[in-house]
Design a binder for this molecule. Structure first.
Ligand code: BG6
Length: 497
């Protein structure tokens, strides 16, 4: 009995030391680099879906894991008249329904939760808000530090940013003010022109380092891991180029349809909804050069260089580079689902694309001639987000006389969701007297040997914003590059409409 236990222990220890050498890092220590400064988080659009489903759960979880500053307050603003106590009750009920409530801890957290009615277009509303925030500062020592999270429809971004500025709440380090940051969700405009216009409005009162443009894909652990995998291992980077890579496939397919978002999606379609942002970020992380230091501006410089290298689509031969589609009626996992045109609030003659596959090239030294195939669509058979690096075949087939010409090339797949794993496929000999090959894989599951806490994408976004770290947020020059790249496609699609 004793022997067995000790053998089991030895095996377990061997496994642990081979897979995760002990470097003295406690997984909990990786959650946040440091405690952020005291602040007030103001959520514009506090009665909306994003607040209930994502922001409050993320803030509550951060609170439970010690990710919020020692002193913090949360002010929800909305048009609906509501007392703070009702707002707290509503949020509590939502957390409970999502099975995320810890009643004892909630009471303390809820005491920092307030609600303030606001008329988004009325300057007086904002002076009232500024006054309330100053009072909260005095009572809670939040030191005049503010995050304004704009969880509102994009049509309100400009107005709200300007009103916050006019009420003096974007100014930093003036009397009573500490730092001030504004967080905006995508879409950052609907084309190059509107993106530039939105940016101009944001910059009227906020400086670039105060503006946080969210892309929730960047906050996914597995997306962040792309850079670690590439640049913390000596093995892969030397072959990560046109000499060894045949092509790259970036996929983000969904089983979900348009749901209740037809009002937005009809004007956006898959190109604006997925390509202008998430797909472009996946492309940049896969293709970028290593920055000299892992710092927000340097990383974002390298990404912008990738976007600059995008070869414009040859409009004349667009059919060779782009496939657009729209989902028809069908069934997913045995359940009948309607066609896009039959979804609520969708025009029955709509030609909004819900699917796109494109081939893009980067005109630079590393990637010349390597096609990147990017695919995204709704109501497809599987939810799958991944980046696959397809390597070239071996230069010479020495087994030709027994196996023929065909030897499958290596493939490295970085699974982002739902399979959070990295898989490398390679050839081995099949056991037996005959010479046969079989393709096998080496798999790394992201949660392998990890039992510590993890951060949801919104928790990560909020922590970084509190710390003022812009690494995982879009910079305006990249936004504009991506819009100008897609403009020709969007114009062509509009002309067809
Ligand atoms: C959003 C899009 O940005 O990303 C949605 O607006 C899409 O249409 C979603 O469904 C996909 O995100 P995820 O994290 O589920 O891949």
């Amino acid at each position: 009995m004793k022997n067995t236990t000790s053998k089991q222990n030895t095996e377990r220890m061997a496994l642990a030391s081979v897979s995760t050498p002990d470097l003295g890092i406690d997984s909990g220590e990786c959650l946040a680099p440091q405690q952020s400064e005291p602040c007030i988080i103001v959520i514009m659009g506090a009665t909306g879906d994003l607040t209930v489903r994502k922001l409050i759960p993320a803030l509550f979880n951060l609170y439970l894991n010690g990710g919020l500053p020692e002193s913090f307050q949360i002010v929800g603003c909305g048009r609906t008249e509501m007392a703070s106590v009702d707002f707290r009750n509503k949020m509590e009920a939502a957390l409970k329904a999502a099975d995320m409530l810890e009643p004892a801890k909630w009471q303390v957290f809820a005491a920092a939760l307030h609600y303030q009615i606001i008329d988004y277009e009325n300057p007086e509303s904002y002076t009232g808000l500024a006054e309330s925030l100053r009072n909260l500062d005095r009572e809670n020592n939040t030191r005049g530090n503010r995050i304004f999270y704009i969880a509102l429809p994009p049509t309100l971004y400009k107005t709200v940013a300007q009103m916050i500025g006019r009420a003096g709440m974007s100014a930093e380090m003036t009397e009573g003010n500490g730092w001030s940051r504004i967080v905006v969700e995508k879409p950052f405009g609907t084309n190059l022109e509107t993106a530039v216009d939105l940016d101009r409005s944001l910059h009227e009162y906020f400086k670039e380092r105060q503006i946080f443009r969210i892309d929730h894909y960047l906050a996914k652990e597995t997306v962040q891991n792309v850079l670690m995998f590439r640049f913390a291992n000596a093995l892969f980077e030397p072959i990560w180029n046109r000499r060894y890579v045949d092509h790259i496939v970036i996929t983000a397919t969904e089983t979900l349809g348009v749901e209740h978002r037809a009002g937005y999606y009809e004007h956006s379609g898959v190109l604006r909804d997925m390509f202008q942002n998430h797909m472009m970020q996946l492309l940049a992380l896969t293709a970028m050069e290593p920055p000299s230091r892992f710092e927000d501006e340097l990383v974002r410089d390298e990404k912008t260089k990738v976007f600059r290298a995008l070869r414009p689509f040859p409009v004349k031969y667009l059919q060779d580079y782009l496939v657009l589609g729209q989902y028809a009626a069908g069934s997913i996992n045995g359940t009948a689902v309607p066609a896009y045109r039959d979804e609520p609030d969708v025009d029955p003659n709509s030609i909004t694309p819900t699917f796109a596959m494109m081939k893009v090239y980067l005109d630079n030294w590393r990637w010349q001639g390597v096609p990147f195939y990017m695919t995204s669509g709704k109501r497809l058979n599987k939810k799958r987000t991944e980046i696959a690096i397809q390597f070239k075949t071996v230069p010479y087939a020495m087994f030709r006389h027994v196996l023929g010409e065909r030897i499958l090339a290596n493939r490295l797949t970085m699974g982002i969701h739902p399979e959070e794993k990295i898989t490398l496929s390679f050839q081995t000999k099949n056991p037996g007297a005959r010479v046969c090959l079989r393709t096998v894989t080496m798999d790394f599951h992201y949660d392998q040997n990890y039992t510590g806490p993890t951060l949801d994408a919104y928790e990560k976004v909020l922590i970084d914003c509190m710390l003022g770290d812009q690494m995982l947020f879009w910079r305006q020059d990249s936004v504009e590059r991506c819009w100008s790249f897609l403009t020709k496609l969007l114009e062509k699609n509009n002309r067809q409409e």
